[in-house]
Design a binder for this molecule. Structure first.
Ligand code: SAJ
Length: 437
């Protein structure tokens, strides 16, 4: 490939990261083949449609597919650049820690190795434990003894291999894919430079080069940092409940200090990243990760704390109808995977059945675990008219804007702090219930 021509790109994995990435690269004018194991996903994309929800992604995919820049397949084909964006789940092991599963990365690597040619660049984007890019390199070396592999030859290598994690926020993926800075870690500095030249085609943020292991660790550290900081906020909220304090007031005041910035407590930490990635660090260095492991525990414990307090509130008011506000893992998105709000609500549903009503404007229907519980989905207006107890689990804007006049007489357990003006409910000291905290 000449440096002035646009490379052909193959993106392996067309999920929440792979599909937007493929579409953004295609928008930059590269011909992109998206690879996925699911025939359904491939067919959907080839029709110019999408199988995931993300702001503005539908129009973008429709545009690049219709211009012939993006197509999808279940079969790999030769390309100049390969971007691997497949899942790296984790498995619980016997020790109570969680082992990363990089089998999808290695499977993708095997597929890429089959079609690799001199001059190609292979980039891993999946969140991965430290050392995964080297494992990918070793696998390629094993499968392709005909190629000179970076870090394994004194000559100029035939291919380049690098790690470049995504760091986009669901709900803002297209914007952040373009504007966020990127860390690009090469197996060698030359590999990093080759990958850098590619990202410069569609990234406006700064692209910083490093080695592959540092880039792998950087991604894990970013999410562990956030998890630890959310754990601090969640621990404060449990302490405040115990002491009868309003945690939101305490945080608001503390954050007026110029060097203090406490995050927001919630019903726990959800999604596929922040609650998962810290385990990759713990698994790699179990003896040295007391803080990171403890933070995970605190955030999980916050979910049980919320369930216990919500149950106590519902039990203390046996005649009241209850509305649980939100199922998504965070505000203003329709992603219900690994959601603390969904978990809390399903526990309440199993215990209290038809007394529980769910308000989730982003869900067309209730998830499967609510079948046969007697729980009904209602909208926020119905909830405000008919329910005496409101349990706020997600800070969707549509909940945030409900004026005090419409909820002043409700019993509110606001786990997200969206209604600071809500009158505090008199507490039952024995049950240590501070319902507005
Ligand atoms: N949360 C709180 N309190 C807060 C902030 C978040 O309880 O103050 C909760 C949210 O409600 C949610 C969870 O944490 O349940 C995670 O939400 P998030 O918005 O903090 O992050 P994600 O999971 O949507 O995306 C994260 C981002 N990482 C960081 O901000 C360091 C994103 O940039 C990454 O690209 C993404 O993980 C990923 O793919 O790794």
């Amino acid at each position: 490939m000449k440096s002035d021509t646009k490379p052909d790109v193959c993106v392996v994995g067309l999920g929440y990261i792979g599909l937007p990435t493929a579409a953004v690269i295609a928008r930059a004018g590269c011909k992109v083949l998206g690879l996925d194991v699911s025939q359904d996903v491939v067919d959907t994309i080839n029709r110019g449609e999408i199988h995931i929800e993300e702001v503005d992604l539908d129009g973008l995919v429709q545009g690049v597919v219709s211009r012939g820049l993006l197509s999808a397949s279940t079969r790999i084909a030769p390309a100049d650049i390969f971007v691997i964006a497949v899942p790296t789940p984790f498995e619980k092991d016997g020790e109570g820690t969680h082992a990363p599963d990089i089998s999808y990365v290695l499977a993708a690597g095997r597929a890429v190795a089959e079609v690799l040619k001199v001059g190609d660049v292979v980039i891993l984007e999946s969140t991965s434990p430290v050392g995964t890019t080297e494992q990918l390199r070793d696998l390629i070396a094993e499968m392709r003894p005909d190629l000179k592999i970076p870090g394994m030859t004194r000559d100029t290598p035939d291919v380049s291999i690098a790690y470049c994690p995504e760091r986009v926020l669901p709900g803002r993926i297209l914007e952040e894919l373009t504007n966020n800075d990127r860390s690009i870690g090469g197996i060698t500095p030359r590999c990093a430079r080759k990958a850098l030249a590619f990202y410069k085609r569609f990234v406006r943020g700064e692209c910083v080069t490093t080695d592959a292991r540092s880039a792998e660790m950087t991604k894990l550290v970013e999410n562990a940092y956030r998890d630890v900081n959310i754990a601090f906020a969640n621990e404060l909220s449990m302490v405040s409940d115990r002491m009868g304090l309003d945690v939101w007031e305490v945080i608001r005041l503390a954050n007026r200090h110029p060097r203090v910035n406490i995050l927001t407590p919630g019903p726990g930490v959800g999604g596929h990243c922040i609650a998962v990635d810290p385990w990759f660090i713990v698994h790699g260095a179990p003896e040295e990760t007391t803080l990171i492991r403890t933070a995970r525990g605190v955030n999980d414990r916050k979910m049980s704390h919320v369930i216990a307090r919500a149950e106590a509130l519902v039990e203390a008011n046996p005649e009241a109808k209850v509305a649980c506000l939100g199922l998504a893992f965070k505000a203003n998105i329709d992603d219900f995977r690994e959601s603390p709000a969904r978990f809390v609500t399903s526990r309440l549903a199993r215990k209290f059945g038809s007394r529980i009503h769910v308000v989730e404007p982003y869900a067309a229907q209730l998830p499967i675990e609510f079948t046969d519980t007697g729980v009904t989905q209602i909208d926020i207006d119905d909830a405000l008219e008919t329910c005496e107890i409101l349990i706020v689990l997600v800070d969707h804007d549509v909940f945030r804007v409900v004026p005090l006049a419409e909820r002043a007489d409700k019993l509110v357990y606001d786990t997200r702090g969206i209604w600071p003006d809500q009158p505090r409910v008199v507490r039952d000291e024995d049950a240590r219930l501070a319902l507005t905290a």
